[in-house]
Design a binder for this molecule. Sequence first.
Ligand code: XIL
Length: 405
Amino acid sequence: MNNYIIYTTVLSLFVLISLIWLVVALFRRSPSRKIAGAIFAAEALVLVCFYFFYFTPRRFPRNYLTAYPPLPATLAQTATQNGFYIGAAINRSANPTYAELVPREFNSIRPENATKWRRMLVNGKIGKYDFTEADAIVDYAIAKGVRVRGHTLVWGKFPGRTYPKELDQRIAETGDPAAELQQILGDHITTVMRHFKGRIKVWDAVNEPMSMDGPDLDKNIFLNTLGKDYIAAVFRMAHEVDPSVQLFLNEQFGNYTGEGVEVFFGLLQHLKESNVPIHGVGIQGHNIFKTHNLDEYREFLTRITDLGLLVEITEFDARIRLFEDSDDPYQAQGDYTTAYAVACIENPSCVGFTVWGLSDASTWFDSIPPFRWMLPNDPLLFDTELRPKPAYHGIKIALKRRQPR
Ligand code: XIL
């Protein structure tokens, strides 16, 4: 996948330069225009072939269908017996057949979108809530004795999708932006936490506080208006509404070392030193453009738990195309996923491993470019026909070795 990005960018640059050369040569009627034309055509052809190569759906052997003997207990049973949460993100459109996997295989869920701020508002109007979709998912889980992780009280990226666009307007128009934002945030957190009181006992208080562009905090409306202590303020407000709820800081990492990671640990340190009621860190664990360095990730987990914090993997998925060079991509994907989960299972302060979807039949990768054209994505624990994949077996076996906290 990394190769995909590198090749596309480099080739596109060459095509662009050749195009500029061609246009200039044509304009000046220079004799080099024929050479420029030929080079441009050749490069464009390679680019097109390249696109076809990556965007042609693949089929990989499914050796796992015969490789694993069925184990009597389900994943959820094994997890519950060993004091661990195995979760999946679910959404309203989840087909009832897929939803049947909860509670059989998962003892925890996360609403994929239904408990996001913007999603719970009628026409994006601040303060006008409609909890129908969220309640349906949450009550489904509760009725079956499944834990619900709330996702998420505050998320500053993607205005209008994660938080209501109206907020930008309100803050721009008011004479006292900080007071206005505190008020709106307080109302939102109070309303939502009270609504789900007793049903959602763990929330991602803040999602993705880090910037995607560099080693820094994300400069969103919350940071720009309240300063970096907006994060502490959200945790404090939430804790005041319901001190029994566990509050997590949730973040996606492509790398587990480097400057961005140090900024993140600086933030955690600051929150701890200021006695902010933070209980844990959620590591999203999406494998989007590449797989992660597992040694660095294990070390990262230890660093978090050494701070006295809980940790959970909250949105794991790994696209099958990241393993396409292997002889048996599904097995390689399973080995990698198992190793990723095991690092958590073996750390007593890591309390859950959640995958971002119930089965390969429904994954966010199938709807976002460019992955919607790079099929299959198949990033989860069950295949499109709900058959368990290699990581399912690997994780189940590892759970039996889980040490209690
Ligand atoms: C994604 C959902 O899966 C999509 O359906 C939606 O369109 C966009 O959001 N990090 C997060 C999740 O914290 O909330 C995102 O979920 C994926 C990245």
